[in-house]
Design a protein around this ligand. Structure first.
Ligand SMILES: Cc1cc2nc3c(=O)[nH]c(=O)nc-3n(C[C@H](O)[C@H](O)[C@H](O)COP(=O)(O)O)c2cc1C
Length: 195
């Protein structure tokens, strides 16, 4: 009986900086991290304050095996500028799940927390996996914000139709984790930088 050869690790030697925002889908982050790590990636998480309501720092630290960052002004020595240091070490920035709020801030160049500052301070590719209620997702403001980000080279893994946390069924359910992983591999292959 022939043994199947182990699959090549497509994210070997790559560092994924994952920004986790305040969507209910944040509870899926540990599974996504596990999949990226199995494919060879080093994963470092940045959390927004809201995301901490949905997934704890302890969980993310445990699954990544790395420190988790959320403070723009860490009280540490030696002093380092956190957002630029994080921006420099990433090969790709993955925003998953991406809240309507975070997408709106990015589209307007707002940099009022660690995650948004990292996004402005990097020239690495940025991949966004939105997750939200269907009315939030299809709202003209959200659609406009996403179009603006696409126009400057940000890539998206579109959400799918499914059961939403609010009890409705509609588009806004985070893309399947396997689809996010495939998009990440593709983004790193093409290596297109954000403007
Ligand atoms: C139970 C609950 C679930 C939420 N789920 C989502 C969501 O899936 N997507 C979204 O865009 N906002 C969601 N929100 C609202 C965000 O948490 C809120 O807009 C927050 O300010 C986002 O902050 P952040 O973008 O800094 O993470 C939810 C709020 C609550 C209370």
């Amino acid at each position: 009986m022939s043994k199947s050869s182990p699959r090549a690790k497509r994210l070997s030697s790559k560092t994924v900086l994952q920004i986790v925002t305040g969507s209910i889908a944040a509870y899926k982050t540990p599974d996504l991290v596990k999949m990226m790590k199995e494919d060879g990636a080093k994963v470092i998480c940045v959390q927004t304050d809201s995301s901490r309501k949905f997934v704890t720092e302890t969980v993310l630290r445990t699954v990544t095996g790395e420190r988790v960052y959320s403070d723009l002004f860490p009280n540490e020595t030696p002093w380092g500028v956190m957002h630029t240091s994080l921006a420099d070490l990433a090969d790709v920035i993955l925003i998953a799940p991406a809240s309507a709020n975070f997408i709106a801030k990015l589209a307007h160049g707002i940099a009022d927390d660690l995650g948004t500052c990292v996004c402005l301070a990097t020239r690495r590719p940025i991949l966004i996996a939105p997750a939200m209620n269907d009315h939030m997702y299809t709202h003209p403001l959200t659609q406009r914000n996403m179009a603006q980000l696409k126009a400057i080279g940000y890539r998206f893994v579109d959400p799918v139709e499914g059961d939403l946390a609010c009890g409705r069924t509609g588009v806004g359910h985070i893309a399947p984790l396997a689809a996010i992983l495939e998009s990440l591999v593709s983004v790193l292959k093409t290596g297109k930088k954000s403007k």
